[in-house]
Design a protein around this ligand. Structure first.
Ligand SMILES: Nc1ncnc2c1ncn2[C@@H]1O[C@H](COP(=O)(O)OP(=O)(O)OP(=O)(O)O)[C@@H](O)[C@H]1O
Ligand SMILES: [Mg+2]
Length: 328
């Protein structure tokens, strides 16, 4: 399952991503956590010190290596230099699995021991001041798009991505690469307006979007979200003293989280598991191809000096039968 957390700045994306990741790990599920936000906070939210988080290797700094590995023996991709963030996999490409050792994880992923279970963390890398507003930001996030497009994930295995705030996510095709997107919304007009905007963008791409209310304090808060969001509202996470203790530097155990909030995490897991059943590998692959062709025309062909449409194998589908074959 490929899961994203999106929403307004400060709504609680990182908090809920980290808690969901811990909940999955505690259930013994394999999890890859991905920090794709401009402000990299997922590592600390999973218990790393600032110094440990700052020392994490970044996907952005390993892009050439990642491309070199993923293109594998694919004859349509002649070099890593000709591979852009949307270059789709094809026969011969080296696909990734959630549970395996590979050079990409060796270079970029770091294990994090949690109070219950453990996960692997990948981070896009901090965005330096000079990166903002230029291609670097998108190329760093592009690494995540590449990885997801080359990932064979099965049920009961999860990639959980903490995304950037607001609608910055739409700068690339990344927002379409998830089985389920949790939009975190506080019970405020701004929180809900980000939801509306996201839904509007996402509609044409068939993005599976559910709203998770956060910092809900009262029946009025709940009623507000129900009224404004309607059936897209999956559940609400309450204003939490446990989260506040965490924020104050304590390291409360997951099993001391308020039971109602822990139940919300289980609801998110159930929704994620359901999403796997409604997956459409052909559509997923076609979308990757169409984003690739758009990128090729708008800047990729000019940048690489080749016709990037030639990288597409129309018959290739990143799908379930390949996963079976890979495990056989
Ligand atoms: N349910 C909650 N109860 C209490 N405090 C919360 C809750 N959810 C989040 N917070 C607090 O709200 C603040 C913002 O949360 P968080 O950093 O997770 O948001 P974010 O959406 O990731 O923000 P950014 O856009 O800056 O990345 C933090 O101080 C966090 O501790
Ligand atoms: Mg955050």
């Amino acid at each position: 399952m490929k899961i994203a957390f999106v929403g307004k700045g400060g709504s609680g994306k990182t908090t809920l991503s980290a808690l969901f990741i811990r909940h999955l790990a505690a259930a013994g599920r394999p999890v890859i956590a991905v920090d794709a936000d401009i402000n990299q906070h997922l590592g600390p939210a999973l218990g790393l010190t600032d110094a440990q988080a700052a020392a994490l290797p970044s996907l952005g700094a390993h892009l050439p290596q990642i491309k070199e590995y993923l293109r594998g023996e694919n004859p349509l991709i002649r070099s890593a230099e000709e591979m852009i963030k949307t270059t789709p996999p094809g026969p011969g490409s080296q696909l990734l699995r959630i549970v395996e050792e590979n050079p990409v994880y060796a270079a970029c992923a770091r294990p994090i021991a949690l109070d219950e279970g453990s996960v692997r963390l990948l981070v896009t890398g901090a965005f330096a001041e000079e990166d903002l507003g230029v291609a670097c930001y998108h190329s760093k996030v592009g690494a995540v798009e590449l990885l997801l497009n080359h990932l064979l994930d099965g049920p009961d295995e999860y990639v959980v991505t903490d995304m950037t705030a607001g609608s910055d996510s739409f700068a690339s095709g990344l927002f379409t690469r998830f089985d389920l997107t949790f939009l975190v919304a506080e019970p405020t007009r701004k929180g809900v307006s980000v939801y509306r905007q996201y839904k509007e963008y996402a509609r044409d791409f068939g993005v599976n979007l559910r709203v998770v209310g956060n910092k809900v304090q009262s029946a009025e808060d709940l009623a507000f979200l129900q009224r404004e969001v309607g059936e897209d509202l999956l559940t609400v996470f309450g204003q939490s003293d446990w989260v506040r203790r965490l924020e104050q530097g304590a390291e409360p155990a997951l099993n001391t989280l308020e039971p109602a909030n822990r139940a919300v995490l289980e609801q998110l897991k159930t929704a994620a598991d359901l999403a796997h059943g409604s997956r459409d590998p052909e559509r997923y692959t076609q979308q990757a191809v169409s984003f690739h062709l758009r990128n090729a025309e708008s800047w990729g062909n000019a940048k690489t000096g080749i016709d990037l449409a030639t990288q597409v194998d129309q018959d290739f589908v990143l799908g379930a039968e390949r996963l079976d074959a890979a495990h056989a």
